[in-house]
Design a protein around this ligand. Structure first.
Ligand SMILES: [Zn+2]
Length: 178
């Protein structure tokens, strides 16, 4: 992974994306998997949209809103560690949320480190309902197996599978920690 720069955007009081800085397009190329619509996430398409429109599950939306409310109320910076794994890399990220004037927020995403994901694990979004779908935590990237949350490589070994169809949520550990 070469892209270590931060990606920064600013939200207004309604969580509308009103400014984008940093290596946005480069960040997308490195972090968005091929199943997502890369073209629609380029800078000029994203400005003016609400951040929520890019978060697809209710639990992650709720968690982000809770963090945003906290920062707006306390006027304190909050850092939220999370994972943004690729098929063969565990990527340890930090999302920093900083209060701005008029209930605005500045959000920075930075990659802290990475390590190989061995064996590699392919993640596909649940779509057609044909494949067996499992839960994946949008914060720590762990996968649920019979009410146990496993690292992707552990889940692959446990189930002898190298690809999963996932629906996103927030696991109980991340929900309680944040
Ligand atoms: Zn989690």
């Amino acid at each position: 992974m070469s892209s270590k720069g931060s990606t920064i955007y600013e939200l207004d009081a309604d969580n509308q994306i009103c400014h984008i800085g940093g290596d946005w397009d480069q960040f997308l190329q490195a972090n968005i998997d091929q199943h997502q619509d890369y073209v629609n996430l380029r800078k000029r398409q994203v400005l003016g949209n609400k951040l929520e429109s890019y978060v697809h599950d209710a639990n992650t939306k709720m968690l982000l809103q809770t963090v945003f409310d906290y920062v707006r109320q306390t006027q304190k910076i909050k850092a939220l560690p999370y994972r943004c794994d690729s098929a063969d890399q565990k990527r340890f990220m930090s999302m920093q949320i900083e209060p701005l004037a008029d209930a605005g927020l500045r959000v920075s995403h930075t990659q802290l480190s990475s390590e190989p994901l061995d064996p590699p694990v392919e993640i596909h979004p649940a779509n057609d309902g044909n494949a067996e779908t499992v839960w994946r935590c949008s914060i720590c990237n762990r996968i649920e197996s019979e009410q146990v949350w496993l690292e992707p490589d552990e889940a692959a070994q446990f189930w002898c599978r190298h690809s999963f169809h996932v629906s996103y949520t927030v696991c109980p550990v991340c929900m309680n920690t944040i």
